[in-house]
Design a protein around this ligand. Sequence first.
Ligand SMILES: [Mg+2]
Length: 251
Amino acid sequence: MVKGLCDPLTHWWDGMLRAIFFDLDDTLVDDTISTERCAELVARELAADRGIAPAELAKAYLDAAIAFWEGLSPGAGQPPKGGIRRAMWRRALQTFGIDDSALAGALARRYDAIRAERVEYFPDAVPVLAALHNRYRLAIITNGFTETHEARVAPLELGRFFDHVVMAGDLDMVKPDPAVFHYAMRLLEVAADESVMVGDRFNRDVEGAHAAGMRAVWVNPHGDPPPAGARPAEAVIASMRDLPQALERIA
Ligand SMILES: [Mg+2]
């Protein structure tokens, strides 16, 4: 038994970092490139005979996907019947005057299969996670659903590094709702002042973490400016490679 963990007189860990929470897409795994490539590949494979240029159908799909993920809000209710991915493809087809649920379903299944094959960590992520997971409790907080993310996270063997993967969509919660972060901290049995959130989306990851009382590291590879007037992240990094140093500064 570790002395002090249950003893209020010896809070030796007060303020110490004990847990690091990570966003998934575009923070740990390369998502943007595979999304675009994959959508066009699938469009070419399954819908080229419908008279739509694959690149255009892919773009319509991406627009539908962005609209879905941007539109997520707490308490928005259950995802569309028949599947989120199918609904996105159906909407993309409708842009071209095609209402074909079966084709949308085929596109969705193929899309998920290809992405599951190709999902990969950013090159810097694995060595950093390997170094951190012996020192901290680690978890992922993603706005995904099991339906949209399970096939992609399984090949990553996240269990090696992470104590928990929180798919907020399944819980009808969504970052930046502080409830998601509180839920994740309860899973790891840590307090907000012992926790840091690492993510690429300022409005969802950084502001959400701050609203829950956590500190935040903003992954900002393109050097984007933060929103005007926003409370700055405690650290800004261009790549996961810089995370260990950033954590030392924060601690
Ligand atoms: Mg992200």
